[in-house]
Design a protein around this ligand. Structure first.
Ligand code: PXG
Length: 442
């Protein structure tokens, strides 16, 4: 008998869930059924304060009217237009709007459908750029230990989170990794950018010497590493990476999938740190997480290098069926309107001092071994239970959810990234709720 006939909404077997402990979840499901602004509603009728902007993406808060209306309107007007050799106005309008908020010089945008696709797109642009410039020997890519660049083959090759790599064979060849910047012995409980570790960037110089600069296409880093448990760049670190890349003709790619669109109090982290990469990889907050979409920003220098040869020829053999999809474009334009109207791309700068003090007030709670923060990002690292890594933080996540708080955990770190509309009173509520969880014997 077909399994399908028996399927009911309460049958959870068919969906193999992403990055989830499927068996645990299906025994004890946690479902959201609606959302508004800072809150979710659960299937059992409870209200949950969103401390993570969904998965770092709902920067303007949930179910925002301009975005909802734009999607409905677009779906009824032009649902889909072929993305290759044809266009539609909103994809162009959006690209111009994006260039307006990007750092100067980022004049062109390639669209994707996710952060993972944006990463792989940027890596491919880097390789092809050197090739069109007659420098095709530059084929190596350099990432960093503990880096997260999505889950596609390019991204896990340059990424440095072992559990995301070890099951998947030999990955891309010609990839090397810089050391990560986490130095808890020296930097624990630093507010903002750590003092120690900026010189770790010189490890890139060693890698360049090892392989020779003439073989290296690009270096990719998250300006603030998120998924690994929130690692803030030490003072001077990103500047030093930039210097080394420039000196050796290597492209520097910032993966701003979580830092893009206001998370640090500037539109992009490049502006926050005043370090300009050659490409900026984004997704998530581009559409407020509502419709899948990503964008890769490139400089005119990179774009223009491809604009050669016969005009009827495709200049870059890459793209997706849904690149610049009309509904995603409409959602993104309405998202940028919402960010602009409410000042959300800079609001984190105003809230950051309050956020910092609130988070660091948890220092005396049980199990806390480090607290890190920047912009509207926070991390509370817990001592692992001996022999059972990740269990303590996961218990904190479950307990917080029961108590009406959405937090994220990765390893034994609680990561926080609330919507940029959060109020000071809601920050207090979040922090008080976390204190309660940490003091509850997890
Ligand atoms: N790069 C970075 C820096 C990311 O943080 C991706 C690429 C991939 O994006 P997609 O859209 O393909 O998932 C990400 C995604 C977490 C968490 O809790 C982080 C991400 C996704 C889900 C959870 O840290 N980052």
């Amino acid at each position: 008998m077909s399994n399908r006939l028996n399927a009911t909404p309460n049958d959870l077997r068919a969906f193999w869930m992403p990055f989830t402990s499927n068996r645990q979840f299906k025994k004890e499901p946690r479902m959201f059924v609606s959302a508004k602004d800072m809150h979710y509603k659960t299937h059992d009728g409870r209200t949950v304060l969103d401390g993570t902007a969904g998965l770092w993406c709902v920067n303007a808060g949930h179910c925002r009217p301009l975005i909802t209306e734009a999607i409905c309107q677009q779906a009824g007007e032009l649902d889909y237009a072929p993305a290759f050799q044809l266009g539609h106005p909103k994809a162009f309008e959006l690209a111009n709007r994006l260039v307006d908020i990007a750092p100067e010089g980022f004049n062109h945008v390639l669209y994707t459908n996710s952060g993972s696709e944006s990463v792989d797109t940027a890596l491919k642009v880097a390789l092809a750029y050197h090739r069109v410039k007659g420098d095709g020997a530059r084929s190596r890519l350099i990432g960093r230990e503990r880096g997260y660049h999505g889950v596609n083959f390019g991204g896990i090759s340059v990424g440095g989170i072992v559990s995301n790599r070890k099951m998947f064979g030999t990955l891309l060849s010609g990839v090397d990794h810089m050391p990560h910047t986490h130095m808890p012995d020296k930097n624990a409980f630093t507010k903002g950018e750590p003092e120690h570790g900026g010189d770790i960037a010189t490890e890139l110089e060693r890698i360049v010497t090892l392989h020779d600069a003439s073989t290296i296409a690009a270096v990719i880093v998250e300006p603030v590493a998120g998924s690994t448990g929130v690692l803030i760049p030490p003072k001077g670190y990103l500047q030093k990476l930039r210097e080394i890349c420039t000196k050796h003709g290597i492209l520097l790619i910032f993966d701003e999938v979580i830092t893009g669109y206001g998370r640090l109090g500037t539109p992009f982290a490049a502006q926050y740190f005043d370090v300009m990469p050659d490409m900026i990889v984004t997704a998530k907050g581009l559409t407020n997480g509502v419709v899948p979409m990503g964008a890769v920003f490139v400089t005119s220098e990179i774009h223009d290098a491809f604009m050669q040869g016969p005009e009827h020829m495709i200049e870059f053999f890459h793209g997706y069926t849904y690149s610049g999809n009309p509904i995603a474009s409409a959602a993104a334009i309405a998202t940028l309107d919402t960010y602009r109207d409410e000042g959300l791309l800079t609001r984190a700068a105003t809230l950051a001092p309050y956020w910092e003090n609130a988070l660091h007030s948890l220092r005396d709670c049980p199990h806390v071994i480090d607290i890190r923060n920047i912009g509207l990002i926070g991390a509370i690292e817990l001592a692992p239970i001996a022999g059972e890594p990740t269990k303590r933080a996961f218990s904190a996540f479950l307990k917080a959810y029961e108590n009406g708080l959405l937090i994220r955990t990765t390893g034994d770190t609680i990561a926080l990234s609330p919507p940029l509309i959060i109020t000071e009173a809601q920050i207090d509520e979040l922090v008080a709720g976390i204190r309660q969880v940490l003091e509850s014997g997890i």
